[in-house]
Ligand binder design. Structure first.
Ligand SMILES: Nc1ncnc2c1ncn2[C@@H]1O[C@H](COP(=O)(O)OP(=O)(O)OP(=O)(O)O)[C@@H](O)[C@H]1O
Length: 309
């Protein structure tokens, strides 16, 4: 038995001359949460569709639980749950009707269906909404309904494409609690996001840009191994300091966060504080070292086109 829920090797998808995903290598351990982090259009949805077998790859291969996605798509269907980026249930059906519909597609028996739907409505706080139309519910409730539907057949592997883009931070936190419950019971989850805080919750993640995986690893490892030190600059004329710093090739990026400038200094400089005050004497007593964040990693490896949370 393979220890991997997902394996991909050189996975590539071209639309005409344009490569939406290029040479993606991936290994996702069973029972873990793996994140795809990247800006709009970087290829997250395309990669998920390749891994689920909904799109055929131009090159490369993907396996789920050791089985080729291309050759075993029928057998693998029952092992996969897929929550698409757009709400894909029926607005003019009630919560219960939507779940009945999905359960019938997955071939659950009548008795099993009723029991499973009641259980899911309890688990996802939907019981009071059972007879409400999906179209009349809030973003958070619709998202819980979509997750209930995606898990109705108890798939061991879940693909979630930007599942929380339409919900507020509190609902997002609750949603992640549900994901960790699923993970705890053995489900493997691949989730795409452009939120840094969400990516930080994943066991492992890959940062994608322009269809290419730039780095992967645990959030902590990515932060530890970043090729830059983070320096915070305070004081006056931060806009002028930023303009001056950005001319220097040792400065990978600088961004103002409130009353500070957050600066990534190439790790080739062993002592970034000394280096900065030597080259910019006006920064004497105005610089401190800061702990790297996942956003710093993102900026460091992509040039910084992601969104901030
Ligand atoms: N069927 C298609 N035909 C042509 N181009 C496509 C097709 N599907 C996706 N693309 C292009 O491939 C690139 C990657 O798209 P994809 O939807 O995978 O990105 P994404 O990271 O999921 O973006 P978003 O966060 O906006 O959903 C985009 O430039 C998109 O326009």
């Amino acid at each position: 038995m393979s220890e991997w829920a997902i394996e991909a090797c050189g996975l590539t998808k071209r639309f005409g001359d344009f490569a939406a995903v290029s040479g993606l290598d991936l290994k996702v351990k069973k029972g873990s949460i793996y994140g795809f982090l990247g800006p709009n259009g970087c290829g997250k949805t395309t990669a998920i569709r390749l891994l689920t077998g909904l799109l055929a790859a131009s090159e490369g291969e993907a396996k789920l639980f050791g089985q080729s996605v291309l050759q075993n798509s029928d057998q693998l269907k029952s092992k996969i749950g897929y929550m698409t980026q757009k709400f894909s249930l029926f607005d003019d059906l009630t919560v219960r009707e939507n779940l009945h519909f999905v359960a019938s597609i997955y071939g659950l028996s009548r008795a099993e269906r009723r029991q499973r739907i009641d259980q899911l409505m309890t688990d996802y706080d939907l019981t009071e909404r059972a007879d409400n139309f999906a179209g009349s519910m809030s973003g958070g409730q619709r998202q819980r309904l979509a997750l209930a539907a995606a898990t109705i057949h108890r798939p061991p592997l879940l693909f979630l494409d930007e599942p929380t883009s339409a919900v507020d931070p509190e609902n997002r936190r609750d949603f992640w609690e549900k994901l960790f419950d699923l993970c705890d019971s053995g489900t493997t989850i691949l989730v795409s996001t452009h939120y840094m805080d969400e990516a930080e919750r994943c066991h492992q993640l890959a940062i994608l840009e322009a269809g290419i995986k730039r780095v992967d690893g645990s959030p902590q490892r990515l932060m530890d191994e970043m090729s830059a030190n983070v320096v915070e600059v305070s004081g006056s004329d931060l806009r002028g300091v930023k303009r001056a710093l950005e001319l220097n090739p040792m400065i990978q990026s600088s961004a103002q966060l409130g009353a500070h400038l957050r600066v990534l200094v190439d790790k080739k400089e062993a002592d970034p504080l000394q280096w900065m005050t030597k080259h910019y004497p006006q920064l004497e007593n105005r610089v401190v070292l800061a702990r790297p964040s996942l956003e710093d990693v993102f900026v460091n490896c992509t040039g910084g086109s992601g969104s901030r949370q």
